[in-house]
Ligand binder design. Structure first.
Ligand SMILES: [Zn+2]
Length: 258
């Protein structure tokens, strides 16, 4: 399974940089988890291939590129872009984003080939198929209804926590997956911003360490995602100081093969 976190910023030379404002993870160039920067930084090949987007939640940094991705493809789509989301997320998207004020309600529009958007609703905690992947959704602990996912291609599985504070179920589920090859876990704020992490339902390095103790198998590689760009170096320093086994910072833009 190929996993790539798309970049969302550029450096002074115009090249992709590691500051991560927006999140979008592409699996096997065909399925996206979140669409924060999907319209801005996917390759042409990915743009041609991706018609399935699974949302962790509706915060802007995870959906900012979604309207623009659909807009970009509008005239050329031969099948709809399928948005996999819970009822709650779909209602928020229709009310607050695709509401004709922020952007057109694509679910009511069509091109010459038919619908351009299709919502694929699933219940929180359920499992469903997306292309070649089996996806287990797991409710996590965030300010809005949010999910983590355990994604399997039949050979290997990868877990993605999405945005979350302390939570149990996703770690319990990870403990039950025998072919789990990687966990992408969030850690947004440094330890000294514990109050903000607490009110915004995110993790700090200290909180992350506590979460990872819930894992039975500490040999599974853990890659840290969702570092707030302004505190990135601080968070990396604190995670490094904790000397946690098999924990690394996910490299932005790098294609990982599991
Ligand atoms: Zn969030």
């Amino acid at each position: 399974m190929k996993i790539q976190m798309l970049p969302s910023t550029i450096d002074e030379n115009g090249r992709a940089s590691v500051r991560q404002h927006l999140l979008s993870i592409v699996i096997d160039d065909r399925v996206a988890i979140d669409a924060g920067c999907l319209a801005f930084s996917c390759t042409d090949h990915q743009r041609d291939e991706i018609r399935d987007i699974i949302l962790t939640h509706t915060h802007l940094d995870h959906i900012a590129g979604l309207p623009l991705f659909i807009d970009d493809l509008f005239a050329t789509l031969t099948e709809p872009v399928r948005i996999h989301a819970t009822r709650e997320m779909i209602d928020i998207l229709e009310r607050d984003v695709f509401n004709w004020s922020i952007y057109p309600r694509f679910s009511e529009l069509a091109n010459d080939n038919g619908a351009v958007v299709e919502y694929r609703e699933f219940a929180r905690g359920s499992s469903f198929e997306v292309k070649h992947l089996s996806v287990q959704s797991v409710g996590v602990n965030h300010k809005v209804s949010a999910n983590g996912y355990i994604v399997s291609d039949g050979k290997v599985s990868v877990a993605i926590t999405g945005d979350t504070a302390e939570t149990d179920e996703i770690w319990e589920k990870c403990n039950g997956v025998s072919n789990l090859k990687a966990i992408l876990a969030e850690c947004a704020f440094p330890d000294e911003m514990d109050d903000l992490a607490n009110v915004s339902d995110h993790l700090t390095p200290r909180r992350l360490r506590h979460e990872l103790e819930k894992l039975n198998d500490r040999d599974v590689p853990v890659f840290i995602i969702n570092l707030k760009p302004m505190y990135r170096e601080k968070v990396i320093g604190q995670i490094t100081d904790l000397d946690l086994p098999n924990v690394d910072i996910l490299e932005i833009g790098k294609v990982y093969e599991f």
